[in-house]
Design a protein around this ligand. Structure first.
Ligand SMILES: Nc1nc2c(c(=O)[nH]1)N[C@H]1C(S)=C(S)[C@@H](COP(=O)(O)OP(=O)(O)OC[C@H]3O[C@@H](n4cnc5c(=O)[nH]c(N)nc54)[C@H](O)[C@@H]3O)O[C@H]1N2
Ligand SMILES: Nc1nc2c(c(=O)[nH]1)N[C@H]1C(S)=C(S)[C@@H](COP(=O)(O)OP(=O)(O)OC[C@H]3O[C@@H](n4cnc5c(=O)[nH]c(N)nc54)[C@H](O)[C@@H]3O)O[C@H]1N2
Ligand SMILES: [Mo]
Length: 684
């Protein structure tokens, strides 16, 4: 048995996109996976889930061959068929739908099971070439990105390695210990050098446990908190007036607007004591070396984009952008500039074809005319890289839609997920070590290539191979379908002016970081007038901006608690799952135990609950039964359920997203996973 160390890249949907070193035990087997030391962000570290990737790659439950449904929809009964039989049947069904109702009745549906550009986005080429319905990806960044762009104008910022030099580090709405361990290690280097760590999060998550100061706002009230902090910054002389005059749009109007946004006003809304808000503002304002890392978590509310913008205003008030170790980061996403014409078929996009909102898949499949944009019903789904039955909001509607007898569903997957169980045809997919791909990251600025390391397991095929084989049968002739994945990578790199795939592998990626002045917007921001905008043009950032407040504020459009539903529920990621991935691995499941709702200890006592007692939480959509666990550090009216467990792990078989709403956030849609009012019952 040989044992060599081979370079690769983690494909999972995570800001870290780690440079990896994989122990290759044979042509078909891997051992341990480590983070590479050659990438300074990864710095030799990898999360526990990926360190034990052999458990996922060599899992006995992996899908190994194509299958056809033989039982009822959702029952999970399938029979093995050949690839030719599977592809012929899929093509025939899609062509029949196309002939009867037009190409828009077919909806290719995907997300970021792998973040590789070829395997994730190739499905867009088939969509465009065949003029199938397009998809707006709204699970994840549809709220956070416009929120950030509103003020800053482009997605980049200081390298988080600068945190080593910061005096104050603020992690706002991001559970770094669980969802981005590398960020945490860089933050802790700053702490070791004397920085104060502040965490703003509705519950005492693992990151907040490490903080000098934890502020717990009620979910969806960050706009109020940010305004009150800035009120104090202006009032107590922490505002950098020279910076404001040179770099921002309407500083005087903004200061005037903030006069009524007192800490007492914000206490009422956020539940954070006014004196704590003042303490935070003084700490933040006392130095320009304040590094603010803002996560997606705080934006998964109806007002999430608005709140994100409010938070991004802080460093513009103090002028923290000016110095090393200061400023803010949401994503380095705009550092890479890839020409994706070939991968995505951008040359054949037809603007007249409708785009459907991914997060409204339940409404769409259940026939909502508005969600269908008054077009034909969806009669066929072709799915890669996502598990909507678990991860999309309003999962009871999603389930009802998938159960439709007149809907044809093909799911290309690595495991028999709850979505795959509803498929008519299931196809087995390769994992990242079994194919080639190209990767960029949001958490750092390195462009990477991961090449195939081991032979394909069973009869698995990569997303690109399946798309190419289907394209032939469907009459799609785009040149992208004629090339191998590696050819697509090489040609994309060349068209974008980057080194070749082999060069990228050899040097563990290409560093795309810009210089200090660009990273800190010393030459101006990414907006048209190069200024930071306190007063953004929201209508340029999405179609639903009509009622958005002009300046940062508390925008009361959230699903506020009521007498009937006195709690606010958030559903953030767990450490050992990645969205719904890894719920199939034994170690991750053992570590996460079972679905749990975190409840303030005073409420536990009031209701006579002990840890592990079953409770029912619900609203008008559904109710779920799970174990209650008492905690401190969150408001009495906040409930927290970590992790996207499969529905079958819950006592009554309904998962957490049966409670979340598919109402789109503002101004550009986006799922509102942390914006749900619920009741809780002890008497089941
Ligand atoms: N282990 C693990 N890692 C992951 C993932 C995973 O599932 N598991 N998911 C990956 C994906 S797809 C993504 S997009 C990233 C997401 O990573 P992040 O950017 O970290 O965002 P979330 O993890 O969604 O949310 C993080 C925190 O936001 C908090 N939060 C919720 N509502 C509010 C609010 O109203 N205000 C404030 N201030 N905070 C709030 C939650 O309590 C939680 O602690 O992580 C990636 N990494
Ligand atoms: N309640 C609640 N719901 C959430 C969230 C939350 O915080 N709370 N977070 C949301 C966020 S941020 C996101 S990004 C979404 C993520 O939702 P999804 O994109 O659905 O993420 P995963 O659950 O990881 O599912 C990806 C699926 O892709 C499969 N896969 C991986 N690689 C490949 C491949 O190469 N080919 C094929 N064909 N399949 C592959 C995996 O096996 C897995 O089943 O979930 C969202 N849902
Ligand atoms: Mo995400």
């Amino acid at each position: 048995m040989c044992s060599e160390i081979v370079k690769s890249v983690c494909p999972h949907d995570c800001p870290s996109v780690c440079a990896l070193e994989v122990q290759k035990l044979s042509t078909s087997q891997i051992g341990k996976v480590n983070g590479s030391r050659e990438n300074p962000f990864t710095n030799g570290l990898v999360c526990g889930k990926v360190a034990r990737y052999a458990e996922r790659l060599h899992h006995p439950d992996r899908l190994l061959y194509p299958m056809k449904r033989v039982g009822k929809k959702g029952e999970g009964k399938f029979a093995r068929i050949t690839w030719d039989e599977a592809l012929d049947e899929i093509a025939e069904r899609l062509l029949t739908v196309e002939k009867a109702l037009g190409s828009e009745a077919i909806w290719p549906f995907f997300y970021a099971g792998t973040m590789g550009h070829v395997m994730r986005d190739g499905i867009k080429r088939l969509t465009h070439e065949k003029r199938y319905s397009k998809m707006q990806g709204t699970y994840c960044v549809a709220l956070s990105s416009p929120g950030w762009n509103a003020g800053v104008g482009t997605q980049r910022g200081p390298n988080v390695l600068e945190m080593e030099k910061s005096d104050v580090i603020v992690i706002w709405g991001l559970n770094a210990v669980s969802s981005q361990i590398h960020l945490m290690t860089h933050a802790l280097k700053g702490v070791k050098n004397g920085a104060k760590l502040i965490v703003v999060d509705p519950y005492k998550n693992k990151t907040a446990e490490k903080a000098h100061l934890h502020l717990a706002p009620r979910p969806g009230t960050d706009g109020a908190l940010a305004c009150a902090v800035m009120h104090v910054l202006f009032k107590e002389g922490f505002a950098d007036r020279d910076y404001l005059a040179e770099y921002t749009d309407v500083p005087t109007e903004f200061e005037e607007h903030l006069k009524s946004k007192t800490p007492e006003w914000a206490e009422e809304i956020t539940g954070i004591p006014a004196h704590t808000i003042e303490a935070f503002a003084r700490l933040y304002g006392s130095t320009k070396k304040s590094f603010l890392r803002i996560g997606h978590g705080m934006t998964r509310s109806r007002n999430g984009a608005h709140n994100m913008h409010a938070v991004t205003c802080l460093p513009a008030v103090t002028g923290a952008w000016r110095v090393e170790g200061g400023g803010a980061l949401y994503s380095q996403g705009n550092l890479a500039s890839l020409d994706k014409t070939l991968i995505e078929g951008r040359d054949v996009i037809d603007e007249s074809v409708r785009t459907l909102d991914q997060s409204r898949i339940g409404e769409i499949l259940c026939g909502s005319k508005e969600a269908l944009k008054n077009g034909p019903p969806v009669k066929a789904l072709f799915i890669q890289n996502t598990n909507p039955l678990s991860v999309a909001p309003d999962s009871e509607a999603v389930r009802k839609g998938f159960a439709r007898e007149d809907l044809f569903t093909c799911v290309h997957e690595q495991f028999m997920t709850e979505t795959a169980q509803y498929a008519d045809i299931v196809l087995p997919a390769t994992m990242f070590l079994e194919h080639d791909d190209l990767y960029t990251a949001s958490g750092h600025g390195t462009l990477q290539v991961g090449k195939k390391v081991i032979e394909t397991t069973g009869e698995c095929k990569s997303n690109h191979e399946v798309l190419s084989l289907l394209a032939k049968r469907l009459g799609a002739t785009h040149e992208g379908f004629e090339k191998t994945a590696l050819e697509l990578i090489e040609e994309t790199l060349k068209a974008s002016g980057y080194p070749t795939a082999n060069e990228l592998v050899n040097k563990t990626g290409e560093d795309l970081y810009v210089d200090f002045d660009e990273a800190h917007f010393i030459n101006g921001f990414g907006t048209a007038d190069k200024k930071f905008h306190f007063k953004p043009d929201w209508s340029a950032l999405g179609p639903n901006a009509k009622d958005m407040p002009v300046f940062p504020d508390h925008w009361a459009v959230i699903d506020e608690k009521t007498v009937e539903r006195p709690f606010r529920l958030i559903t953030p990621p767990s450490q050992n799952f990645l969205n719904s991935s890894f719920t199939e691995t034994r170690t991750s499941r053992l570590k996460e135990r079972c679905p749990e709702v975190l409840v303030n200890n005073r409420i536990m006592r009031k209701l006579g609950l002990s840890d592990g007692d079953l409770v029912r939480i619900g609203n008008d959509r559904a109710s779920v039964v799970l174990n209650a666990v008492g905690v401190n550090g969150q408001h009495e009216d906040t409930l927290v359920v970590e992790g996207i467990w499969p529905s079958s792990s819950f006592v009554e078989g309904r998962g957490i997203n049966s409670l979340t709403s598919s109402q789109p956030g503002y101004p550009n849609n986006g799922a509102v996973y942390h914006d749900t009012s619920v009741w809780m019952k002890v008497d089941l």
